[in-house]
Design a protein around this ligand. Structure first.
Ligand SMILES: *[C@@H]1O[C@H](CO)[C@@H](O)[C@H](O)[C@H]1NC(C)=O
Ligand SMILES: *[C@@H]1O[C@H](CO)[C@@H](O)[C@H](O)[C@H]1NC(C)=O
Length: 230
């Protein structure tokens, strides 16, 4: 079914690139400029670089071996992998030295904010209920952190450069499987209430709201000086 296929595509990896005038805007004087000014990530364990390690109650944490054994320091990093994850490969392919630190880490401050931010949290998904069951960061909260990030970025880069970074950034969303494997298939009342197509509609609706209203609107607002709320 078309809808189900659409959701599989959504749940795998979604890359949003706002159609704006791109980065530039007085970037640093580094020789090899990355292709985009920043990468901003939302989602679940597929792109979480360690946020859950900073959540006392999180059920899923990649803070023990064999996680990380093939990463640079051969120790767990919070990534759900023995080595790099797609977040790292994406950042490096675009010309960054490495991916941004987890937003909740103390390293996500100062100049490191210039290259983007990662709000993803293992066991999060489109529905806040799914994330809440595992004390992960809900998508709603990830967006709140994104708003907070915008102000912090403006403080570090200045408003004009922050606007250029936000509008030229690559936005990556990778999530959705948890709504099925952690939630729908375990909750009889949910599966009685919605068949799979209806549940997909619910998720697609949540995603549309997230992508359109929140990200695009946030970028549009931040890119429009007259309604700039910083
Ligand atoms: C099942 O889903 C419903 C509707 O989202 C929710 O109210 C209920 O708490 C869930 N039950 C369990 C056991 O998670
Ligand atoms: C996106 O948001 C705008 C403004 O809120 C709305 O008019 C438009 O219909 C939305 N588009 C989609 C695809 O949801």
């Amino acid at each position: 079914m078309a809808r189900r296929l659409a959701l599989v595509a959504l749940s795998t990896l979604l890359i949003l690139s706002p159609a704006t005038d791109g980065g530039g805007g007085g970037g640093g004087a580094v020789q090899a400029e990355p292709i985009v000014p920043a990468v901003i990530s939302f989602g679940d364990s597929t792109i979480d670089v360690g946020n859950n390690n900073y959540l006392p109650g999180a059920v899923f944490k990649a803070n023990y071996e064999p996680y990380g054994v093939n990463y640079d320091r051969h120790e767990p990093t919070g990534r759900f992998s023995d080595g790099k994850i797609v977040t790292d490969i994406t950042a490096e392919s675009l010309g960054f030295e490495s991916s941004s630190p987890p937003y909740l880490s103390p390293h996500a401050s100062g100049k490191s904010l210039l290259a983007g931010a990662n709000f993803a949290s293992a066991a999060s998904s489109y529905l806040d209920d799914t994330a809440a069951m595992y004390d992960a960061i809900t998508l709603t909260q990830q967006l709140k952190y994104y708003e907070e990030y915008q102000s912090k970025l403006a403080a570090v880069a200045g408003r004009r450069r922050a606007r250029a970074i936000l509008s030229g950034a690559l936005y990556v969303v990778s999530t959705g499987t948890g709504d099925f494997i952690q939630n729908y298939y375990h909750n009889a009342s949910l599966s009685r209430r919605y068949n799979v197509d209806q549940y997909c509609d619910l998720l697609v609706g949540t995603f549309s709201g997230f992508a359109n209203v929140s990200i695009y609107a946030a970028v549009a607002v931040s890119a429009t000086p007259s309604v700039n709320a910083w």
